[in-house]
Ligand binder design. Structure first.
Ligand SMILES: Cc1cc2nc3c(=O)[nH]c(=O)nc-3n(C[C@H](O)[C@H](O)[C@H](O)COP(=O)(O)OP(=O)(O)OC[C@H]3O[C@@H](n4cnc5c(N)ncnc54)[C@H](O)[C@@H]3O)c2cc1C
Length: 411
């Protein structure tokens, strides 16, 4: 028996980050007790399919699970689901659960993720208005929908656009309303936004940009969405996708440092040496952003969770992974490498205005900082490597689809 066998490590939040912390602790040989506590009633699952294959009925709930009962058992992970951690007492190393129990911990991981931001307008509580974050949310939305449904989606971000594509696939009439003057405005360049606006319009989506929602209308259930320009979109179902609020209240009440997320260092350590945090809830220093940032992606949840598990075991190694992300809409797969914020130049390979296969490369001071690729997985694969290497590529070669990105790697 090793020294670690009498230790109890507790993980709060049973999403992808929490599941990965638990698995990684075992991979690294931790022999003590692991409790993984989650307030949802299911085992940890992947959220990306919620707006994609699961929404359109092409994937079963079971296929979303990341830790199934046999894996939990094999790895000796005690999953406590349907239970909320209500308080952390750092002095006594104790967490209090919503079912009245309290657990003593040696090390604690906070992987509490976030919750969907509600739409702040009259009518947001009418029957037929939904947020989308969990399996339960999608089950509820789907129970309200059929091919005749008129769906209004508030928010032209990834979740809104993916739901729009899935709903069109199911035959529904879909309107998307975005306050900013283009979709995906916070994450991509105007040329990439224009591409996604084109494919949605071609698929029959009524896309309204530069207009805000004033109210959701109806007596007991949704009948329409009233916009700032006075128009009303008739709707039976409204799906709101306007961002995420990080779940930080538990950490804050325990006196941990919080600032747009639970503040951690490069090793996922919070302001308490016995508490780490990772995933959507964690505000961390990120060299690709050049500042502190909170990322909302599977890549970050998984890779930061592994760093956090190492830190719990005293094997600290800084988180330094290139951020990446993907989105599936209709027959288009967008893959993003790096973070494009602060770019001063953009180089296109392919023509987003005419094709469904292109890459947009983002440069700052001549250096490649990010790439968005649609239907060019090889570009994405090599862009991930190039972004970490501070390469300053030749613009003409970068634009030439005949020059493989591999050619830019140092010999
Ligand atoms: C519809 C949708 C589509 C997405 N698509 C993509 C995609 O294509 N690509 C991509 O990279 N990312 C995508 N994401 C984002 C990605 O799923 C998240 O970044 C990832 O799930 C974050 O994992 P997490 O474990 O940090 O947080 P979460 O998944 O939020 O898990 C945290 C869990 O902790 C629970 N919890 C919180 N507080 C407590 C408490 N006090 N006690 C007990 N339990 C608690 C929460 O209820 C939740 O179950 C998508 C997200 C959504 C919602």
């Amino acid at each position: 028996m090793s020294e670690s066998s009498d230790q109890h490590y507790v993980i709060v939040g049973a999403g992808q980050a929490g599941a990965e912390v638990a698995s990684e602790l075992r991979k690294r040989g931790f022999e003590g007790q692991i409790s993984l506590i989650g307030d949802e009633s299911v085992a940890p699952y992947r959220r990306p399919p919620l707006s994609k294959a699961y929404f359109s009925g092409d994937a079963e709930a079971d296929s979303l699970l990341v830790l199934k009962p046999p894996q939990l058992e094999k790895n000796g992970i005690d999953l406590l689901s349907g239970v909320t951690v209500d308080a952390i007492d750092r002095a006594t190393h104790t967490v209090t659960l919503s079912d009245g129990r309290s657990l003593q911990y040696d090390k604690l991981a906070l992987t509490t993720g976030g919750r969907a931001r509600p739409l702040p307008c009259p009518g947001n509580d009418l029957d037929g208005v939904f947020l989308l974050r969990s399996l339960a949310d999608v089950d509820a939305i789907r129970a309200h929908c059929n091919a005749e449904t008129r769906m209004a989606i508030v928010g032209g971000g990834f979740i809104g656009l993916e739901v729009a594509a899935s709903a069109r696939k199911a035959g529904m009439a879909v309107t998307v309303v975005e306050t900013l003057d283009r979709v995906l405005a916070r994450v991509t360049a105007p040329v990439v936004s224009a591409f996604f606006e084109r494919i949605h319009r071609e698929a029959g989506v009524d896309l309204r940009t530069g207009v805000r929602v004033e109210a959701i209308e109806g007596t007991t259930k949704v009948e329409g969405v009233r916009l700032g320009d006075g128009s009303v979109i008739p709707a039976d179902v409204v799906v709101v996708g306007i961002g995420l609020i990080p779940n930080v209240e538990l950490a804050e009440a325990a006196g941990l440092e919080v600032d747009n997320g639970i503040v951690v260092d490069a090793c996922a350590q919070t302001s308490d040496p016995d508490i780490v945090a990772a995933g959507d809830c964690a505000n961390h220093p990120n060299r690709f952003a050049g500042e502190r940032i909170r990322l909302e992606s599977v890549q970050n949840a998984m890779e930061q969770a592994r760093v956090a598990a190492g830190t719990m075991l005293g094997a600290e190694s800084p988180y330094d992974a290139v951020p990446w992300f993907w989105s599936d809409q209709y027959d288009c797969k967008l893959q993003m490498a790096g973070l494009s914020g602060g770019y001063d130049d953009i180089v296109l390979r392919g023509d987003p205005a005419a094709e469904k296969r292109f890459s947009a490369f983002y440069l700052r001071d001549g250096q490649l900082i990010a790439a968005d690729s649609v239907g060019r997985p090889q570009d994405f694969m090599f862009a991930k490597k190039l972004v970490t290497l501070n390469i300053a590529p030749d613009r003409a070669k970068l634009a030439d689809p005949e020059v493989p990105l591999k050619a830019f790697l140092p010999a």
